[in-house]
Design a protein around this ligand. Structure first.
Ligand code: J2J
Length: 544
């Protein structure tokens, strides 16, 4: 048995035994796969980020130097570090250095601001924040220092960039032939947490998802298999790499596990992405549907000659319209792979050799034979194939509970450990899943998830507001955007600008800013007296 971090929920013993016996859990650390790849081809290019190119030998040396430097600072195995970095080599090396010695990166997004980071620092009791000096004109150093000044647990602020000292920690200035052996001797237990991912947050703020080395390494291997990753693969990451999809499905880690090359771009802007694909010979890229749409539009105007090397475009994070799905092969000249995944675990993918009908109209099937999926009605009764219902899942890379969230865990998981994502799904007789909608109270803005409850709680800080409801409104480019309905206190008035200014003062990620305000006399209620969100979603369509 292992000493488990308090607040984490292990898989039951019988499942652990089965996942080991059947080979899903290999009892290896994530770093060990990259060390292995480096042993096979040390001079191959592992990572490209701007003008920085790292061979496997250099990547592993920097990972190891970074790991020892973090320990020398006083960080210890099991410590949590908020990581807020753009897609660059520093993100990758820092994350790997943490994995190497069991320091746990908390995968925040570059868009997060004071409100989110304070909450995440508090919940995780982080001992350090690693951030950049400036990302897209925003001073992250100032923000990181503010968090540190407010959070007693935070002892270290590590800043990447010319004026900070993080990059120095991650460069191998003192080559040392005995370092790897020293680090191997203190390698984390494979059942210990590798990282904390953030949930989409259906009830208020995000929950922390504990991913162990065993489960997350398997997540990488199983998705790599479904995406055909090999040492010839060149992966392009353009979504923020702290998201599960570009990090590990198969993502940056997939390419590195197999001796391929990972290319980091800080944005999916088509001109630069296409030029990078051509220049680096990218074979696999991932996108949310809104980005796929932009790439298709760009290719229609400029041609797709730059995409010659691109074999697979993975699309997921929100529902890809069938009409857009059929454009991928003709317009981009590559195979579409639909991905219906979640940071909580279960990943479904279409397979590269599936017929077009499956690739264009389904969201794939589970990547692992050990994934268990049930489709149930509101009372938890199993439904026959073809009928839409709530999806429940368990498996070797789907954890059994969030970090320090006992009460919430009893709602999100059944007593038998099935995770309920809140998605409404049809399972076809061939096992493929089609996402029909969702029951959870969340707005999916181009793949970024916004919890309605979190927004409503923020709105109640505004004095003029009596009642508030956050709902999605349909949008041609992003799929959904955030709309708020409010009733006001007597004689009060309110503008969208005021709401947005208030949110900005609190320090909210930009993607959570309300984009439409509707002031009403009263809000429609359901039979049980709750605000009728469906009526509001229907109502807003008439106002667009
Ligand atoms: C409809 N809804 C989808 C899809 C996710 C790969 C891909 C995506 C995520 C992700 C991920 C969808 N069609 N194809 O982690 O590794 C919605 C569902 C789901 C929620 C999970 C990965 N793909 N969704 O999006 O944790 O509602 O993970 O429950 O951010 O996104 O969100 P998240």
């Amino acid at each position: 048995t292992t000493s488990i971090l308090p607040g984490t929920v292990p898989w039951p013993e019988d499942f652990q035994r089965r996942y080991r016996e059947e080979g899903y859990w290999a009892d290896r650390t994530i770093a060990s796969y990259i060390v292995e790849a480096a042993g096979k081809a040390p001079d191959a290019c592992a990572l490209v980020s701007g003008t920085t190119r790292l061979s496997y030998r250099e990547l592993v040396d920097q990972m190891d130097a970074g790991a020892e430097n973090l320990l020398a600072l006083g960080l210890k195995a099991g410590d949590r570090v908020l990581v807020q970095l753009p897609n660059n080599w520093q993100f990758v090396v820092l994350t790997l250095a943490c994995f190497r010695v069991g320091i746990i990166p908390v995968m925040t997004l570059p868009a997060h601001r004071r409100h989110e980071l304070l909450y995440l620092a508090e919940l995780s009791q982080a001992t350090a924040i690693a951030s950049a000096d400036v990302i897209r004109d925003f001073d992250h150093r100032e923000l990181a220092e503010e968090i540190a000044s407010l959070m007693p647990s935070v002892q270290h602020v590590l800043i990447s960039g010319a004026t900070g000292d993080l990059d120095e920690l991650l460069i191998d200035y003192h080559p040392d032939s005995t370092r790897a052996a020293r680090l191997d001797a203190i390698a984390p237990h494979p059942d210990s947490p590798a990282c904390f991912l953030l949930s989409g947050g259906t009830t208020g703020l995000s929950k922390l998802i504990v991913r162990t080395h065993n489960d997350y390494a398997y997540n990488v291997l199983a998705t790599s298999r479904a995406t055909g990753i090999s040492s010839d693969s060149v992966y392009l990451g353009t979504l923020p790499a702290s998201h599960n999809f570009p990090l590990a499905c198969p993502g940056v880690l997939g390419a590195l596990f197999f001796g391929g090359k990972s290319v980091m771009l800080p944005s999916p802007e088509p001109a630069r992405a296409f030029a990078t694909i051509a220049h680096e010979g990218v074979t696999v890229a991932s996108a949310v549907p809104a980005v796929a749409q932009r790439w298709i539009d760009y290719a229609k105007e400029n041609g797709s000659a730059q995409l010659e090397s691109l074999e697979v475009l993975q699309v997921g994070g929100s529902r890809l319209a069938d009409e857009l799905a059929v454009r991928v092969r003709p317009d981009l000249g590559c195979t579409l792979q639909q991905v219906f995944g979640m940071a909580e675990g279960l990943i479904n993918m279409t397979r590269l050799d599936d017929p077009d009908e499956i690739i264009c109209t389904t969201q794939g099937r589970p990547v692992s034979p050990a994934d268990e999926v049930r489709i149930v009605d509101a009372d938890g009764n199993d439904l026959p194939d073809g009928e839409p219902g709530l999806i429940l899942t368990r498996g070797p890379y789907t954890p059994r509970g969030y970090y320090l969230a006992e009460a919430h865990n009893t709602r999100a998981f059944t007593p038998e450990g099935w995770y309920s994502s809140g998605d409404i799904v049809v399972r076809r007789p061939d096992g493929y899943l089609v996402v029909h909608g969702r029951e959870k109270d969340m707005i999916n803005r181009g793949g970024e998830k916004i919890s309605a409850e979190e927004i409503e709680n923020l709105l109640y800080r505004i004095e003029a507001i009596d009642l508030a409801a956050a709902v999605s409104m349909p949008d041609a480019t992003l799929g959904e955007r955030l709309c708020i309905y409010v009733t006001l206190r007597p004689d009060a008035s309110l503008t969208l600008e005021y709401v947005r200014e208030t949110f900005a003062e609190i320090g909210i990620a930009a993607y959570k800013m309300p984009e439409k305000l509707v002031v009403v006399e009263s809000l429609p209620l359901t039979k049980v007296g709750k605000i009728d969100k469906k009526a509001l979603r229907d109502d807003v369509i008439g106002r667009l």
